[in-house]
Design a protein around this ligand. Sequence first.
Ligand SMILES: [Mg+2]
Length: 414
Amino acid sequence: MQKRLILHIDMNSYFATCEQQANPFLRGKVVGVVAYMSPNGCIIASSKEAKKLGIKTGCLVKDAKKLCPEVVLIENEPAKYRSTTERIFNIFSDYTDRIEPYSIDEAFLDLTGYIKSWEQGEKITQEIKERIKAEVGEWLTSSCGLSWTRFLAKFASDICPKDSYLIIDSIPKMEQVFNSVKITEAWGIKTATERHLNRLGIFTLMDLKRHPVANLMQSFGKPGYYLWANANGIEIEGVRTQEELLPKSIGHSYCIPKQTNDPKYLSGILMKLCEKTGRRLRESNLQARGITAGYSLKYGGGFWQSHKTEDPLFTTQDIFKAAYKLIEPNWPQGKVYMLAVSVTRLQRFSGQLNLFYSPRQKNLTLALDKINDKFGEYTICSGTMWGTQDNAPDRVGFRKSVFIEEKKSAFTYE
Ligand SMILES: [Mg+2]
């Protein structure tokens, strides 16, 4: 079988570098990008200068200041990073149609068929790195990996020095690289997996490569096969384009412990479901153009309706309004035992919401997501949700509540 040619590109210290690109005064300085300004806030991205001093992602602002009192803190500006990403990805599209956007600063490019040799691949790698600097911003550096599987390409870009590239073009080269790094440097092998592997007598990537696949599968299940295949240069999933990656829908349903048709109580639950749905939508950097909402009644029957929306849904408020609009005219007459909401017709978040959409509302939503990510679900929530907290028994650990039935979407992000 002909080998594929897959290039993985990872921008270095992305958010901080975007800030340094936008403001030359910050270049060469210790920069920490924060979700919001507060001594208890945390650094969500640090510049390469900051990393050298040990200021990493997740570091508290007050600890960063101890490490470097001169650290320059900047509140994050997602729109800036997204527009930079768009310009970088535009360059990628000159080389292939098969691009998998892996995160805001990473992508896989399937160059199979577009180029014929590793030498050509190397030339293109250098060219893309240069074009990002020349056409998007001179301060923007990237690490690239070129190989024949998705795993090896990402592995190569992960382990090569910043602002450089590594090509793994053959099994001997792969083995040479495997021998030069620790097993936890491989993509997806964290310390817990390492301990598990150690118990099987696997300490290096070469041990993993040589280990009988049946043993690995017995001990890890299906992921055991993935570990083995990755270490043997066997492709598992290949590059998946944006469209192939999109889930069909994202949604949540809730079986209500206190069965009722009390509008205040039900709106509160609905708001929670919209919040959970919205969080997942935004985490995946998606927006929706459709909504489905409804309820089931205790003694049979219920109401379900879907609606295509003209404007994209992105914030929790958007989703709640759309869901409420469907349910409100058909308010349940009897006791409701289940409420559900899902967003459909998903697409990549364009950043261009409708004309009357306030960017502040969008930024506020993203900021609240970050706070809730750090301090726990519903640290900050809407007034409607607040009202439900006395009623709902799951104020803490809504996520873990046994009443929650998660409707699994077609695709779960890694
Ligand atoms: Mg990166």
